[in-house]
Design a protein around this ligand. Sequence first.
Ligand code: ZN
Length: 443
Amino acid sequence: MTLMQELDASDSAKIGREMHAFASELYPICRSITGDGIRETLARIGQRIPLRLTDVPTGTQVFDWTVPKEWNIRDAYIKNSVGQRIVDFKVSNLHVMNYSAPIHQSMPLRELRAHLFSVPETPDWIPYRTSYYREDWGFCLAHRRLMELRDDDAVYEVCVDSTLEDGCLTYGECYVPGRSPEEVLISAHACHPSLANDNLSGVTVAAALARMLAKRDLRYSYRFLFIPGTIGAIAWLANNREKTHRIRHGLVLTCVGDSAGFHYKKSRRGDAEIDRAMAEVFRHIGEPSQILEFSPNGYDERQYCSPGFNLPVGCLMRSVWGTFPEYHTSADNLDFIRPEKLAGSLRVCAAVIDVLEGNRRYCNLNPFCEPQLGRRNLYASGPGSEEAISARLWVLNQSDGEHSLLDIAQRSGLSFPVLLEAAELLRQNGLLSLLQGNDIASM
Ligand code: ZN
């Protein structure tokens, strides 16, 4: 049974609701690239799938970067002259600029303004801002709220009850062993605070996928990374530099919960098997989809696809980062991600893994003219038989040892699952052999 068959036989509405419920559980936590928020998040992921945590101490050099001080926050607010909290971290963790240094003092509005951030175009939404690598402090608020503050001489009490101290950066890995030590890397960033699509959608889909894979007999081994964006990927690559040659395919998962169609950004190589596999899945998935060329901006594929590594890692999204109005604002909330869209994204991941797991080359054992399929009961008519017979003929014709099933899918226009089923049937009937040597499990 393929992963797709397993999903299609199960209650996808329930799976979607479970993923959304997990996102809801994680949503209130104030995450950052270091600190208790991401550790709490990893602990909760670890209740669902086996997770190995790695701590990288503050000051550790990872390639050209240095692991920063650890940031933790308890409270933050701006109080007016009568002691009311007009901006309150406890209402939304987006209100404080992530990584704000501690401060507690009173100042007039004219001085405070340089530390206030809003988005005039969407005046009811709180923007999300960070200051990881430059010590600063700030507050983010709805533009409408900012406009209510008029008197530049009014004095406000400003408090950020945070700490920036030596500590560590923590990331989590879930390793699902397969028959081969060669790996498929699935990476999701888990460092954004209360943001749902950009952060939690990738985390929840990756966790659900890891859970599904853990129950199966797999060709590849799978490594799921739950990491702080950029610095986490860089730290992981620095710690695992000698092992990256094992990565045969990889996928960054982000923004996979909103209602848009799918986008897949190709790896830097542009013609990696994962790039071709995703294009094949998109052709048959039944949802709008688009393939994007590689670019050196985006998420952690930037690190995996840096020229020194040049790993075959693409990025699966629905809405593309930075292009939707809710991006990096309080509107990227639990209503913005939908259970059925999370389930649909899990389905695409399942489909692409089915392709990677099943993509092999076969050898036609009867290559001189077509074998007589009727005599072997492989030419029966009936519902769906036309496509099945066509798939058998394509697989027989193209299985000269040169062409993989993915090649045959591209050339024939038939879907990968139909061709895989045909190939396995022909193999069981002694008409094909699996080519030795291209199955890494046999090496
Ligand atoms: Zn982001």
